[in-house]
Design a protein around this ligand. Structure first.
Ligand code: ST9
Ligand code: ZN
Ligand code: ZN
Length: 346
């Protein structure tokens, strides 16, 4: 069914000097006068083309996962539970340390062995191949909260969470997306190899391996291995990832930049392996920690990268000087940054 949908929001997108889209309702009048412009598509009507194949697949995934939860609580072997958690951890790293911090943002460099390992984890995560994931994500950063943002959070929680994967992309995503340089990934043979063979490698890594291991090594039943190690693990991992685009663009503080939608959200920080420090990440996207802080408790992906840096497999880790962070927080933050809160003025 194709429906015509009018833009649901009233705020006018404006461009910052760095080209990032901002929410005009949050900035003061002087800034507004200097930088505001009407986004050409603000009043444009557009068609939603629902992709029913995806709608049905996601409904099935969530219902089958409920059955997976039941099996996990009642008949699942403890080895299967332990293995599923470990496998889920690895696939999460394939997204955070791999697709996100290494490939989409080039926050650090990795030798071939680490790139291969991360590409394997990433393929098992089944969140599209690295090239497509990184292209959508770069477009999200460049055109945050405009019609060119694939998961524009102004269209509401559901759209930015998973709805965007159930409809055809807006023309703007495809047109403006062409402005994003992807040549670095085109030169990485690991990324190109994964893309070329994705539809052979993905079913193998995301389904055959996690189902086969529990069945072969400790005699788990096909029914339990399928619903717990494959379906439930995949659905949890998808939702944890999607929360970064939905919850961490809605709820939380904006200590570094009050004019953009991304927030600092500790719950998403924990569930998404350290990717919930999203206001910082949009302000300083090249920092390999995706956070100001180096602690591991709410950022296990930083621990992963630090470990491989110690091993010598990851190198040229990029970060941001404290002075620069504090200046930015003072200039554009919402006043909740610790350097302001704990300062001599209280
Ligand atoms: C999934 C991805 O879940 C989740 C990503 C989340 C990102 C979160 C980021 C937050 C930070 C990191 C947090 C990590 C936390 C991890 C925690 C772990 C515990 N630029 O797409 P098509 C062009 S995937 C430029 O088919 P349609 C291009 O020419 C879930 N151009 O568009 C393209 O052709 P090609 C599993 C672009 O037809 C052509 O358009 N996967 C761009 O509108 C067609 O592209 C699924 O469910 C762009 N950005 O269909 C699959 N985009 O590729 C879902 C497109 O040949 N996807 N073009 O160059 C689909 O079925 C379809 O993509 C669609 C749109 C229906 C959504
Ligand atoms: Zn990012
Ligand atoms: Zn974001």
């Amino acid at each position: 069914i194709d429906g015509v949908h009018q833009e649901p929001y009233k705020m006018i997108p404006v461009l910052s000097d760095s080209g990032t889209a901002r929410l005009s309702s949050n900035i003061d009048d002087t800034t507004k006068r200097n930088t505001e412009y009407l986004h050409p598509l603000t009043t444009k009507k557009y068609k939603w083309k629902i992709v029913w194949r995806n709608v049905i697949a996601f409904i099935y995934l969530h219902i089958a996962s409920l059955y997976g939860i039941y099996l996990a609580a009642v008949v699942c072997k403890w080895e299967t539970i332990g293995f599923t958690m470990l496998f889920g951890l690895c696939t999460g790293y394939g997204i955070t340390a791999g697709a996100h911090r290494l490939w989409a943002h080039k926050c650090y460099k990795a030798n071939t062995a680490l790139r291969l390992l991360l590409a394997f984890f990433n393929t098992a995560a089944f969140q599209n191949h690295i090239y497509e994931w990184a292209r959508d994500h770069r477009v999200h950063h460049k055109f945050t909260d405009t019609d060119a943002d694939p998961h524009n959070s102004r269209r509401g929680f559901f759209f930015s969470h998973m709805g965007w994967l159930m409809v055809k992309k807006q023309t703007d995503v495809k047109l403006k997306g062409q402005l994003v340089d992807m040549s670095d990934l085109e030169e990485d043979w690991v990324v190109m190899f994964q893309m070329k063979y994705y539809f052979i490698l993905m079913p193998l890594c995301a389904f055959v391996i996690p189902i086969g291991i529990p069945m072969y090594f400790w005699g788990e039943s096909l029914n339990v291995a399928f619903h717990c190690s494959a379906i439930l693990r995949y659905t949890v991992s998808l939702n944890n990832t999607w929360l970064v685009n939905s919850a961490a663009h809605i709820w939380g503080n904006r200590p570094y930049d009050r004019t953009i939608s991304p927030t600092e959200n500790i719950y998403v920080g924990i569930l998404a392996f350290g990717e919930g420090w999203h206001n910082y990440h949009h302000a300083f996207p090249w920092d390999y920690k995706t956070s100001e802080y180096s602690g591991y408790k709410t950022n296990i992906s930083t621990a992963f990268i630090d470990f491989f840096s110690w091993l010598g497999w990851a190198y040229d880790l990029k970060t941001v000087r404290t002075e620069m962070i504090e200046k930015r927080a003072l200039r554009t933050g919402d006043g909740t940054h610790h350097s302001i809160q704990a300062g001599p003025w209280g």
